[in-house]
Design a protein around this ligand. Structure first.
Ligand code: 2M8
Length: 421
């Protein structure tokens, strides 16, 4: 019912009022759910996103739907005309989101009941996915390290996480540098659930910078104060490359370039982002040349991509159990997005500690992958109970389970369907 009510006929809104357009990684998560019962919609969901890919391969964070105006930043703020392609009637934003699309595409194929249709979609999606990953490695990995950077908190998907606090603090803006804008989000849900206006000033500043530099990545790289090699983003890219290799094999293409890239990224994540002292992974700030010593749940998500060696995985599970994340304990309803004992924690503010279903779903799959069946089952039960008792919210207080943000949130529904299938 949640997915039906958010389905527009062409794509699925993440949430009915707060998020009326199409979001990139939401659509991929949503496709995981549709794949379990409606192959046609799963394909339509992804296809609509791919149809709005830029000619340079960039897969946009938002595809705007002209039927819905109420969202900031809207089409006009971005000045990011999407490709010259004749089929492109929509316009898009000019940033990206974590690359979980190849993984979603392979999942749709595996669960497709109509087998010829499933294969035809693989063939259709393959060049789009290759162009998307090529864009990331070409434009976002200038040193050819195997790690790509993000250049806006929105690109992480975890927009207001304490991960970004030090960079945001460093961004000393003068009043003329803050663009004029009017937020919509704080009129739709409680302002106490959403980022502060100082964060939005910086979000808007970065967008204006990209637009002024005409989305020229080489120039952005020189001027942008936010350049981060993010653990979650690179882990999903690594898994995406593994899945692209599988797709290549299934349709008779050469899988080796994707296998190589997956291996290179996995190696780089282990070499550069592993924190030996604490037994988890840390983001890396390219502006300071230092790791970002902030402990968010995303630091455990290389498990999803099979990146850590067994012994590191064991240390990570130990850490999940013995810190504020409280995996398998009684203190938290499910695994919070940020350590409740951490300085930047809030149980109800956006990405600063609440439980998010997508993060716990990725962690659950990662734990399964490494054979931590009991913990994976426990986490599955926790998120199912959480949603059953509190509703299909966007995120939840990890201590009380109270829902926050948008109600009738699509990925909460879709990933629950997948987790229960
Ligand atoms: C949130 O982000 C958007 C901007 O992209 C917003 O706050 O307006 C994040 O939770 C992001 O991960 C998600 O994709 C988006 C739509 O659900 O909402």
């Amino acid at each position: 019912m949640v997915l039906d009510s958010n389905w527009t006929g062409e794509y699925t809104r993440p949430g009915p009022r707060l998020y009326p357009h199409q979001w990139s990684w939401d659509s991929a998560f949503i496709a995981f759910g549709y794949a379990r019962y409606d192959q046609k919609r799963a394909i339509q969901e992804l296809r609509h996103l791919f149809d709005n890919q830029w000619t340079n391969g960039l897969l946009p964070q938002i595809v705007f739907d002209p039927h819905f105006g109420e969202y900031f930043p809207g089409i006009d703020f971005w000045h990011a005309e999407c490709s010259e392609s004749a089929v492109c009637v929509y316009k898009t934003s000019g940033v990206v989101q974590p690359p979980i699309h190849a993984t979603a595409t392979l999942h749709v194929y595996r669960h497709g009941v109509d087998r010829p249709g499933a294969r035809a979609f693989l063939e259709e999606a393959f060049p789009r996915l290759v162009a998307w990953h090529d864009y990331l490695y070409r434009e976002r990995d200038p040193e050819n390290e195997g790690l790509v950077y993000i250049r806006h908190p929105w690109e992480s998907g975890m927009d207001n996480s304490p991960l970004w606090d030090a960079i945001m603090l460093r961004m000393q803006l003068r009043s003329h540098e803050i663009p004029a804008y009017r937020r919509v989000d704080t009129h739709v849900v409680s302002p106490a659930d959403r980022p502060e206006s100082a964060a939005y000033d910086r979000f808007a500043y970065l967008v204006q910078l990209f637009s002024r530099l005409n989305y020229d990545e080489a120039r952005i790289r020189e001027d942008c104060p936010f350049l981060v090699q993010d653990v979650l983003f690179n882990s999903l890219l690594c898994q995406g490359e593994r899945d692209l290799a599988q797709i290549a094999q299934l349709i008779g293409e050469d899988p080796s370039p994707n296998e190589e890239r997956a291996g290179k990224t996995a190696g780089a994540v282990n070499r550069k982002l592993w924190d030996e002292e604490h037994g988890t992974y840390l983001d890396f700030d390219l502006a300071t040349g230092q790791p970002i010593r902030v402990y968010a749940a995303a630091g455990f998500l290389p498990l999803f991509a099979g990146i850590p060696e067994e012994q590191c995985a064991r240390r990570m599970v130990e850490r999940l159990k013995t810190t504020g994340f409280d995996l398998g304990g009684e203190g938290m309803i499910a695994v919070p997005s940020y350590d409740p004992l951490g300085f930047g924690f809030s149980p109800s503010r956006y990405w600063r500690g609440p439980v998010w279903i997508n993060i716990d779903w990725l962690l659950m799959r990662g734990l399964e992958r490494y054979g931590y069946e009991k913990h994976a089952r426990g986490l599955r039960e926790s998120i199912v109970n959480l949603v059953r008792d509190n509703g299909f919210y966007e995120y939840f207080n990890p201590r009380t389970g109270v829902g926050h943000g948008s109600d009738l949130f699509s990925w909460s529904a879709a990933l629950l369907l997948d987790a229960m299938s």
